[in-house]
Design a protein around this ligand. Structure first.
Ligand code: AMP
Length: 515
């Protein structure tokens, strides 16, 4: 029997939950006894093989910021980002795998081997970021049986701990990302309607606004810079976060600032803070409105608003939502832990589907009534070149094959035709986005399908995209005449380009993560 776990790989904190004997998820504390592990990494100065993850890494950051990494989730899937430590370039996938490795290692002390896991991602994460997250899991020695959207995981946990019915809006504002998901819930039957989000909007952006105010205060008083080094920055980033949290409880917060020109006492009020973050909050409002529109709903159609993510503790979040919907959002669930808890439930459901023999009877019966229908979070298409009726010329166009918000699992095919006589290859491109204009969609992979020689034009090429319930997408390009086919796996190679090879298998890690 294997352990079944769900992991919330967060921007600021990560958590791991395991299903107990009767299928109830429980958070597994880390080696420090903490239920949440800071998503922070520190490369030891004395011993190059030792990498610290979690609380110790946060503390060490103040001593040597160059050897520390935080908020790596913001760079997930970013082929251009790496952190150089002792001559090695660490990719976001490799760095994230260190956090996952720490969670896996710490949990296995009490529970034995941790292998099968579901990892959560923001609902709006694109295919590249999803695949990067899976690769990080594989690199950490996990068998990633699925990916679940964070708001879906949170709602799943929520729906299994209380009775809810109706159209629910999940508002998820975490450390680095924002997601809004609308779903229809009837007991434990959950149907996702749509999601919207921003992968660069969260707690660290609010902290940055406070840090800016502290720096301004210091400059006004001393006409000098408060921050002189990366270590100073690390220290004041943490002070700024502390002020932000205090402002969730009190009207004002004070801090001593120690710069090279002297020390001073700074005071930030909640009003000042809320003014400074007003444009960021306006972005969340817009995304809520877009989600409502996509769901064909008015605010009055929403029966409940569920809060997820640590940043929803800010009073301004709750006030704005109350004003928009006319009732207070639900705050009863633990906003920091519900994603990991829901991801563990999702892992249980995935195991029942994929490896039923390995699921203990108690867990299977604990989960038997849960029914979840998720949707595809983006539209996926391909680039084709139809003839323009007016000009008679071929123009490049994006043709959507899988439409956004289609219930999962789903599969769709379209047939395209080769352009010229004797054509021996077609370039196939997988796109993500809603527009028919090629320049307004994201090209997530381009490959070549080789064709037999000496053929006429207009040979049919069938393109099939499918999206499974574990949030994995599969693409197939098929030359119908010859039967030749190309199946595409979306991953990023060592040079940061899309390839069919699995980067997680290529790059091996020999470093030790300290528990
Ligand atoms: P999460 O990604 O859900 O773990 O959320 C982490 C974010 O929540 C961090 O940016 C924290 O600073 C923020 N956070 C936690 N508690 C509070 C609070 N009381 N007030 C404001 N933000 C908070």
């Amino acid at each position: 029997m294997s352990n079944i776990v769900g992991i919330d790989l967060g921007t600021t904190f990560s958590a791991l939950a395991i299903l107990n004997a009767i299928g109830k998820p429980e958070i597994v504390p880390n080696a420090d006894g903490e239920r949440l592990t800071p998503s922070a990494i520190f490369f030891d100065e004395e011993n190059a093989d030792v990498i610290r993850v979690g609380l110790e890494a946060i503390n060490s950051r103040h001593l040597n910021a160059q050897r520390s990494v935080r908020w790596i989730k913001r760079h997930m899937g970013d082929a251009g980002y790496s952190k150089k430590i002792d001559g090695k370039d660490w990719s976001p996938v490799e760095l994230s795998s260190l956090i996952l490795k720490k969670l896996k290692q710490d949990s296995s002390v009490e529970h034995g081997e941790i292998k099968d896991a579901v990892i959560s991602v923001p609902a709006h994460f694109d295919e590249i970021r999803r695949k990067a997250t899976m690769d990080a899991g594989t690199m950490a020695g996990l068998n990633v049986i699925g990916i679940v959207n964070e708001p879906v995981a949170a709602a799943l946990y929520y729906a299994t701990t209380r009775v809810i019915n109706g159209r629910i809006l999940v508002y998820d504002l975490g450390g680095g990302t924002f997601d809004v998901t609308i779903m229809d819930v009837k007991g434990t039957q959950m149907d996702i309607v749509c999601s919207q989000g921003d992968h660069a909007l969260g707690g660290v952006d609010f902290d940055a606004q406070i840090l800016k105010m502290l720096e301004q205060n210091y400059k006004e008083k001393f006409n000098a810079e408060l921050i002189a080094s990366e270590e100073d920055r690390a220290k004041y980033e943490d002070e700024a976060e502390d002020i932000k949290k205090t402002l969730s409880r009190r009207e004002s917060a004070k801090k001593m600032l120690y710069g090279s020109a002297g020390s001073m006492r700074a005071e930030i009020t909640r009003d000042m803070f809320e003014e400074a973050i007003s444009s960021l909050m306006a972005r969340t409002d817009i995304l809520v409105e877009v989600a409502l529109e996509e769901a064909g709903s008015k605010p009055s159609d929403i029966d409940k608003v569920i809060l997820v993510g640590g940043s929803t503790r800010m009073p301004i979040v709750q006030q704005r939502l109350e004003k928009m919907f006319g009732f207070a959002p639900e705050t009863a669930v633990n906003v920091d832990e519900c994603v990991a808890l829901g991801a563990a439930l999702h892992a249980g459901l995935a195991m029942i589907r994929e490896k039923p023999d390995e699921v203990p009877v108690g867990i299977a019966s604990g989960l038997k009534d849960i029914n979840l229908t998720d949707v595809c979070n983006h539209s996926y298409g391909t680039v084709c070149a139809p003839v323009d009726k007016e000009t008679g010329k071929r123009v490049l166009q994006n043709r959507i094959i899988l439409k956004k918000n289609t219930p999962l699992p789903c599969e769709a095919s379209q047939t395209f035709y080769t352009v010229s006589k004797g054509q021996t290859a077609v370039e196939v491109t997988i796109t993500q986005g809603e527009d028919s204009a090629v320049e307004y969609v994201n090209k997530i992979a381009t490959h070549k399908l080789e064709l037999p020689p000496n053929r006429q034009a207009e040979c049919p090429i069938k393109v099939t995209y499918s999206y499974d319930v574990n949030q994995r997408m599969h693409c197939k390009f098929e030359d119908l005449e010859s039967g030749k086919a190309l199946a595409v796996d979306l991953s990023i190679n060592k040079n940061g380009e899309m390839s069919e090879e699995d980067s997680a298998n290529k790059s091996k890690q020999n470093c030790k993560v300290e528990s």
